[in-house]
Design a protein around this ligand. Structure first.
Ligand code: 0L1
Ligand code: MG
Length: 260
């Protein structure tokens, strides 16, 4: 059985993203790869991006819906990191020439006013530590052919992180009921998906709390000023060049982009 070379695999994933090239899932060659191996690869990938000069905007949660977890046969979500080069201005353009086979999902993001360190963090702790809620469109773009991957593959691939568009309105969480807050996602004016905050582990703050507790296992924490995606409220939808993608969130405003 070949030893898993974390640096080599992280570099392969980095180059696949840079060159917009699909990879065969890593576990086809390394079926023994564990979740721990996968996060070790992700850590190397994140370090490589930082050495390339990119800055982390915040960690993100993925696979937070019951449907996605059931599909992957897991009972815990995953995390990855959003970098500055991934951020597209609200109403701006997402260049398809830079991506492989992107999909979009409606999410909400939390901006913290204080550091949060697990273990033992609850959704209530997160709401108390949150300065603002921001609506977002996350664009995921797995580096694996046809989005075919197992759990370790997608963890190693930085949870398919690719682009994100944040809304322009910041709303304090105090007056919001994020579990019953709805979002609709449309493409070229046609409704494609609907969802509510409860699709994200019952309440999006629960996802951020779980993230704090997962990071704590490795001595990590959430930082004041982080912009943290909680996970998808809607299913992920394919889009194509020329599409206008628009999301409307109850109480939070709108987010949009053009695919060019
Ligand atoms: O943001 C996410 O939910 C990442 C999920 C990763 C799985 C996928 O690429 O569909
Ligand atoms: Mg997501």
């Amino acid at each position: 059985m070949a030893a898993i070379d974390y640096d080599m695999l992280a570099n392969e994933l980095r180059r696949a993203e840079q060159e917009k090239r699909e990879l065969v899932r890593l576990t086809a060659q390394y079926p023994e790869m564990t979740v721990e191996d996968a996060y070790a690869i992700q850590e190397r990938l994140v370090d490589m991006k930082r050495k390339d000069g990119y800055r982390i905007i915040g960690p993100k949660m993925g696979l937070t819906s019951a449907a996605k977890m059931a599909q992957m046969g897991v009972n815990e979500p995953i995390y990855g990191y959003v970098f500055d080069y991934m951020v597209v201005p609200n109403g701006g353009a997402v260049a398809m020439s830079e991506l492989i086979h992107p999909k979009v999902e409606a999410e909400i993001a939390f901006i913290l006013k204080q550091d949060v360190k697990g273990p033992g963090i609850t959704g209530a702790h997160i709401l108390a530590a949150t300065e603002y809620i921001v609506p977002a469109l996350e664009i995921i773009d797995s580096r694996y052919a046809n989005f075919h991957f197992t759990l370790p593959d997608v963890i190693a691939d930085n949870a398919s992180s690719s682009r994100v568009v944040f809304g322009s309105r910041l709303t304090p969480p105090r007056s919001l009921e994020l579990d019953v807050l709805g979002a609709s996602l449309s493409i070229n004016g046609e409704a494609k998906a609907f969802g509510a905050g409860a699709a994200v582990l019952g309440h999006p703050a629960n996802a951020i709390a779980m993230l704090a507790n997962m990071l704590a296992r490795k001595g990590g924490s959430l930082k004041a000023g982080d912009v943290i995606l909680a996970g998808a409220m809607t299913e992920a939808i394919r889009f194509a060049s020329g599409d206008v993608v628009f999301a409307l969130f109850d109480q939070l405003g709108t987010v949009s982009f053009r695919a060019t």
